[in-house]
Design a protein around this ligand. Structure first.
Ligand code: ZN
Length: 376
């Protein structure tokens, strides 16, 4: 199997051992699941299905960020405890994922379950000389880590722009360098706080994923995923702090899902251009939602349009009608779908192979579609 690796900037062989360890960044549960989330998790679901089909065992960890700036702000706005908001939104997310037929995660830990692991890790980064205390918070010192930029390959101005856009607070006066990032942050008076040897505070944005990946998977992770908007700063920072502590490579292969756009811009809560999975589920078969997603390649950013769902629903109907009349023993189309998925998870190519089999009335349609998570 070959997959594009963000860090190496090339399609390279992905040849894990019998057990494949995966970590994908999960949601901050403060609002409903939108199509961008669904596209990301469908991609790693299809990858896991093909890896299992190839005989691997997969262990995919997906965290739940139940304490961060976004969830605390929303909880304050609507006047509920942040953990009650997290519990309610996590339940809605789980129900959407289940409806979409996603494989269950091997583990789905919450950030607040990892405070002890996080404090230990922050202490290790400090003790090794890669961090400093300032203004009641602890910051990673990027000048001490010479591989900073190894994943994103961005220059300093591009990093500064993204840090400003994604809550990296480059203007924080407590930092020595605007690109230094917070490991442990002093809590505001109305925010949750945990005791630590640096004073009461809460985890920085990136540290939970490092702590949870290490705790749950125990060493270098085979594949780390997430949306492409996480490459910088989130994944660059995760890798830096993890490698300081682990003394070895954090991740062998970085795989990122491109953004789903709507009205010409990335689908995002801040712009409000969102399509919610729960709304689509009221009108469409969940398998059609998967088909609308997998008819696009995970590395291509694509535009959500109103035509997509009717088109996907018609494709599902055609596949289902054809599946009944097909022998499921002839495996030509199954081989083609496997070959397409092994070529950088070419799901549009796999969909096209099944379309051809449907048109010509040959092949093991149900087994081929099952690799895309579509049960006929
Ligand atoms: Zn993460």
């Amino acid at each position: 199997m070959k997959l594009y690796d963000t860090a190496r900037q090339a399609v390279v062989p992905f040849e894990p051992g019998p057990v494949v360890t995966m970590y994908t960044c999960g949601i901050t549960p403060y609002d409903a699941t939108h199509l961008g989330h669904a596209a990301t998790y469908v991609t790693y679901d299809v990858l896991q299905r093909r890896l299992r089909d190839r005989g691997h065992d997969t262990r995919c960890v997906r965290n739940i960020t139940d304490v961060d700036d976004d969830i605390l702000r929303k909880a304050r706005e609507i006047g509920v405890h942040y953990l009650d908001l997290a519990a309610a939104e996590t339940a809605r997310f789980d129900s959407d994922m289940k409806a979409l037929g996603m494989l269950a995660c091997w583990s789905e830990p919450r950030a607040t379950s990892a405070i002890a692991d996080i404090r230990k890790m922050v202490g290790q980064v400090l003790d090794r000389g890669y961090a400093y205390q300032s203004g009641g918070s602890v910051y990673f010192d990027i000048s001490a880590f010479d591989r900073f930029g190894q994943i994103s390959h961005l220059d300093r101005p591009a990093m500064l722009a993204l840090a400003a856009e994604h809550g990296g607070n480059p203007d924080d006066p407590n930092k020595r360098d605007p690109l230094d990032f917070v490991l442990w942050q002093k809590s505001a008076p109305d925010e949750p706080a945990w005791d630590s040897r640096w004073g009461p505070g809460r985890p920085g944005w990136h540290i939970e994923c490092s702590a949870l990946a290490l705790r749950e998977l125990g060493g270098t992770v085979d594949l780390h995923g997430g949306g492409s908007d996480l490459i910088y700063p989130h994944h660059e920072c995760e890798a830096a702090q993890s490698e300081v502590v682990m003394g070895e490579q954090f991740v062998r292969h970085w795989m990122h899902q491109a953004m789903v756009r709507m009205d010409g811009a990335k689908m995002s809560k801040s712009l409000g251009n969102l399509v919610f999975v729960s709304d689509l589920l009221k009108e469409y078969d969940p398998r059609a939602i998967r088909l609308a997603i997998v008819s696009h390649h995970y590395r291509d950013s694509w535009e959500w349009t109103d035509a997509l769902m009717p088109e996907a629903a018609a494709r599902l109907d055609a596949w289902q009608a054809a599946a009944g009349g097909h022998s499921d023993t002839a495996d030509g189309v199954l081989d083609q779908v496997r070959a397409r998925l092994d070529d950088d998870l070419d799901t549009p190519g796999a969909v096209a192979a099944i379309d051809r089999a449907v048109a010509t009335g040959t092949g093991a349609l149900a087994s081929a579609a099952a690799l895309l998570g579509v049960s006929l």
